[in-house]
Design a protein around this ligand. Structure first.
Ligand SMILES: NC(=O)c1ccc[n+]([C@@H]2O[C@H](COP(=O)([O-])OP(=O)(O)OC[C@H]3O[C@@H](n4cnc5c(N)ncnc54)[C@H](OP(=O)(O)O)[C@@H]3O)[C@@H](O)[C@H]2O)c1
Length: 267
């Protein structure tokens, strides 16, 4: 397997290290970590090879994941650019920073990878996109590595923003929507809060499973449940009338925020 280095021992870095290691994809001597605050990675030293610096890690790796916050990506890239081999694939965990910006710092093979929180249960819909220098072998190697956290979906770079809203942000959007629904339900019932949440969650999961297994569309489900003149039809009508404006506003704001992040981190 390709020697893999992870820069940044935060939420994403820890998750990827854990998954690559526990899946058996990478052995101890193939998985490297470096991070800014050295004391934080001491706990990792029995599981992964801790490198003294980002430079040492980058010079030793075939694939380098930069798992820092967007504002630190440029600093890290400028630091390692001189030692990264021509064949090494550099992976940014941030979808907003363009290949154009990264290539202004150094002309290398780049990929951008966006996992979702469902990687925790190996059910991520992980997005990936590549710049023009990455070849078929780079794509196959990265796909193989990332398959341990779920499905891997390749998109063109210009669709990574909306793609990220649909799979990476979506668990947060889904949780927000159903939190609102459960809070509202609580005002109209004596069913205990925890039971309300459990009932909605189980129904949410089984509805998704039903749609996937039976190849049903959202409209199919609505028409199966919302019979003419019935209760569901009344509630469903309220959602179809009131929710489109909220959904439009949500995507307008999230996509504007992405453009802002991309503009603030130019190479
Ligand atoms: N969290 C998510 O759900 C999610 C999902 C998809 C993509 N992402 C993307 O993944 C990236 C990482 O996010 P995160 O949530 O994992 O961030 P995080 O928890 O804040 O972790 C960032 C890590 O980078 C380290 N770091 C900062 N500057 C560094 C440097 N110069 N050299 C080495 N290490 C450095 C930090 O060290 P310190 O301990 O010193 O702060 C910290 O350990 C972001 O670009 C984010 O957009 C996140």
């Amino acid at each position: 397997m390709k020697k893999t280095g992870i820069i940044g021992y935060g939420s994403m870095g820890k998750m990827l290290l854990g998954k690559f290691s526990e899946s058996g994809k990478l052995r101890y001597d193939e998985l490297y970590i470096s991070s800014r605050t050295v004391s934080k990675i001491e706990e990792a030293s029995d599981k992964y090879k801790v490198m003294d610096s980002n430079i040492e890690l980058a010079a030793s790796s075939d694939i380098v994941f930069i798992c820092t916050r967007p504002k630190d990506i440029v600093t890290v890239l400028e630091e390692i650019a001189g030692v990264v081999c021509e064949d090494t694939l550099i992976v940014s965990l941030n979808g907003s920073i363009t290949f154009d910006s990264l290539e202004k710092i150094s002309k290398h093979k780049y990929a951008k990878v966006i996992p979702s929180v469902t990687a925790e249960i190996n059910r991520s819909q992980t997005l990936v996109t590549y710049n023009g220098y990455a070849d078929a072998q780079d794509k196959a190697d990265l796909m193989d590595l990332l398959s341990c956290i779920g499905n891997v979906i390749e998109l063109p770079e210009n669709e990574m923003g909306m793609g990220s809203e649909l799979v990476s942000c979506m668990p947060g959007f889904i949780a927000s929507m159903f939190d609102v629904i459960c809070r509202s339900a609580k005002q109209h019932t004596s069913i205990p809060d925890e039971q309300i949440i459990r009932m909605v969650l189980d129904t949410l999961c089984s509805t998704g499973e039903l749609m996937l297994r039976k190849d049903m569309s959202f409209e199919d489900v609505v028409s199966r449940v919302a019979t003419k003149g019935g209760i569901t039809e009344v509630g469903s009508k309220v959602i179809y009338e009131g929710f489109p404006d909220i959904a439009d506003e949500m995507f307008e704001k999230t996509l504007a925020k992405r453009r802002e992040t991309a503009a603030s981190v130019k190479g």
